[in-house]
Design a protein around this ligand. Structure first.
Ligand code: GLA
Length: 399
């Protein structure tokens, strides 16, 4: 059969497959599943710049994303968080404030670097920082974002809580919340532009159970991270049990990275990156990309760690065992190997052992220490290693 004669049946099969997928797959209910087939990677302004973000900052971060090799390592989105919003005009159209003179020109600039651009809003009438939210203007805002060329929307509950608190019951309040997220999903869909849809409502009402069907490509599972080991570990290790809810197109989001912001030691940032990779978490750098040490670049761009995070099977890892401050986390990977994280939550070094039969291997295994980029050779039963305080040894194990 030549290419021409096979064209029609192929098209019909494709149509049939697409229809079937639409009917059966929860992934297809997400706003834009294709755009988040693996956990989104990029940068967000909030953790480092908070309200001190403007057009020049975003351009400089986009430049640095390219010059530091972050883009080539897979980081794609440049996301503007809260405080860009200005006033609505007489027609209700939102305009950026004076920090962002021309959002379309900024989006064009970011796109010209081979990157994508994200923005932030709230289903309430005010954002967390008190700027204009999208309440009552959802379709208009989605259309404005699409016209600017926006590729990603973080939608932060905040102001909607003012409305939710007048609801007669918790159930009624939660319905207001879910409806608001669905409303923006529909508005985004109407634009016909693929826009990754990121829920930020801190995990309320077990969002992992309804986030995908409400259109979320990712949803925050907790309150805000900060640049301390205690908070990062609390959030990261607290993700145990959520693996079943994530998959291609719809991800649990334990919040943005703090790597490079200076509040943690190298071993602690290594734990942060390793844990997020095992969790199939979105990797949104939250530091100043224009002022990174070689060490920070090395942590953020380690190809083998990123490959674990971005593994095509999209299976989130989970806690396998815990004994006091020692935790073993395992993630199944597409090629049959497993990523195994040996985490030490104690402040001093500890010996941690993993039994390869217990984590699911039958015969001898090949073991690679990922951060050391070293093959440790073939092993039969178990491996014991000293793990630094607050640190990790990340292994890739295959049969
Ligand atoms: C909330 C979110 C943060 C950030 C701020 C902005 O706290 O969780 O990630 O977006 O709002 O105001």
């Amino acid at each position: 059969m030549n290419a021409r004669s096979s064209h029609k049946p192929l098209a019909i099969y494709r149509l049939l497959a697409a229809t079937l997928l639409l009917l059966v797959s929860p992934l297809c209910r997400a706003q834009s599943p294709g755009a988040a087939a693996t956990p989104p990677m990029g940068w967000n302004s909030w953790n480092h710049f908070a309200e001190k973000v403007d057009d020049a900052t975003i351009r400089a971060q986009a430049d640095a994303m390219v010059s530091t090799g972050m883009r080539d390592a897979g980081y794609l989105y440049i996301n503007i968080d809260d405080t860009w919003e200005g006033d609505r005009d007489a027609q209700g159209v939102i305009h950026p404030n004076s920090k962002f003179p021309d959002m379309k020109a900024l989006a064009d600039y970011v796109h010209s670097k081979g990157l994508k651009i994200g923005i932030y809003s709230s289903p309430g009438s005010k954002t967390c920082a008190g700027f204009a939210g999208s309440y009552g203007h959802e379709e208009q805002d989605a259309a404005t974002y699409a016209a600017w060329g926006i590729d990603y929307l973080k939608y932060d509950l905040c102001g909607l809580r003012e409305i939710m608190k007048n609801a007669p019951s918790l159930e009624a309040a939660n319905k207001i919340m879910v409806d608001a997220y669905v409303k923006m999903r529909d508005a985004l869909r109407k634009t016909n532009r693929p826009i990754v849809y990121s829920f930020c409502q801190y995990g309320d009402d077990a969002v992992w159970r309804w986030g995908a069907s409400a259109g979320g490509n990712l949803w925050r599972t907790t309150g805000d991270i900060n640049d301390t080991y205690a908070r990062m570990a609390d959030i990261g290790f607290g993700q145990a049990g959520l693996a079943q809810f994530a998959g291609p197109g719809h991800w649990n989001d334990p919040d943005m990275l703090e790597i490079g912001n200076g509040g943690m030691k190298t071993e602690e940032y290594r734990t942060h990156m390793s844990l997020w990779a095992l969790l199939a978490a979105p990797l949104l750098a939250g530091n100043d990309l224009t002022a990174m040490s070689p060490e920070t670049i090395a942590l953020l761009t380690n190809r083998e760690v990123i490959a674990i995070d971005q593994d095509a099977a999209g299976k989130q890892g989970d806690r396998f065992s815990a004994e006091g401050p020692m935790e073993v986390w395992v993630r199944q990977l597409a090629d049959g190997s497993k990523a195994v994280g040996l985490f030490n939550r104690h402040f001093g070094p500890l010996d941690i052992q993993v039994d390869f039969h217990e984590v699911g291997f039958k015969g001898a295994v090949k073991v690679r220490d990922v951060w050391a980029a070293r093959d440790l050779g073939s092993m039969k039963d178990s491996y014991k290693v000293q793990v630094p305080g607050h640190g990790v040894v990340l292994l890739r194990v295959s049969e």
